[in-house]
Design a protein around this ligand. Sequence first.
Ligand code: NAI
Length: 306
Amino acid sequence: MGDELRYDGRVAIVTGAGNGLGRAHALLLGARGASVVVNDLGGDVHGGGKSSAAADQVVAEIKAAGGNAVANYDSVEDGGSIVQTALDHFGGVDIVINNAGILRDSSFAKMSADDWDLIYRVHVLGAFRVTHAAWPHMRNKGYGRIVMTTSAAGIYGNFGQTNYSMAKMGLIGMANTLAIEGASKNIRVNTIAPLAGSRISETVMPPQMLEALKPEYVAPLAAYLSHESCEESGSLFEVGAGFHAKLRWERTVGHHFQGKSFGPEDVAEKWAEIGDFNDATYPKSIGESLMSILQGVASPFGQGKN
Ligand code: NAI
């Protein structure tokens, strides 16, 4: 076992920290010396209601263990107020764990525009507002650690969760670009796709499985990604029950018609080749992606036209 990772002097905002995964992240960071803003609206799983009890309870737990924490009851849609709480009480913000979330599951055929919008607002707009308010402080300080929380439903799709899948995939895109924009300012941004027993998952998992999937088994990865010693950025991890793994894009060698005229029947003829993952590559950047597309193509970039 390595030396204990500490967060003394660091200020962490954990959104949706009144329950489940956020609570586990907040308790761990608080126990390791971070000053924690425990944000939670205190609503139900579907985004209804409001209460200060959930955040207050976690603040009390952190303090009882000798840590430092303050509650914030705003929705993540009011990200500026959450960051202001960190500034007012602790004088800065070093870590943001965007974790708050709700579900509004329904098949796409039955999904209402409200179900779509609310999921977007809590997950995507909420993470944007909190991160956007924290961003200038991190840039000024030349330091920041940000964790986004996606879901397997976003990565792979899941019946009844078009809204949630859209939002969760959106967070991965946000993290990918923030990792690039934050690189020169020592701001590292990563995404976790957790699996854990909680209010959100208890509706879809049997009790014995929930028992094996404690939120405490996800918190160490979120905490590591939030530590100053961790230089990882722009990465995506699946985590749960003690399992930790990294994901990446894989692309087939494919087929390039390279300027020859071609129609749908030519695409059909090359279908097996286009989908053949033998000798697949793993593009890590937009540059690497474009290289294959532009091979053999006169570069538009050299002609001042693009
Ligand atoms: P949870 O329901 O136990 O906790 C979510 C917390 O977010 C609640 O305390 C809730 O009050 C709070 N919250 C909801 N809307 C908010 C808002 N607008 N502003 C501030 N706080 C708000 O759920 P859980 O499982 O801990 O989920 C945490 C995150 O992990 C969510 O983003 C969820 O989508 C994600 N996730 C969870 C999985 C799991 O297996 N539990 C699987 C994949 C993703």
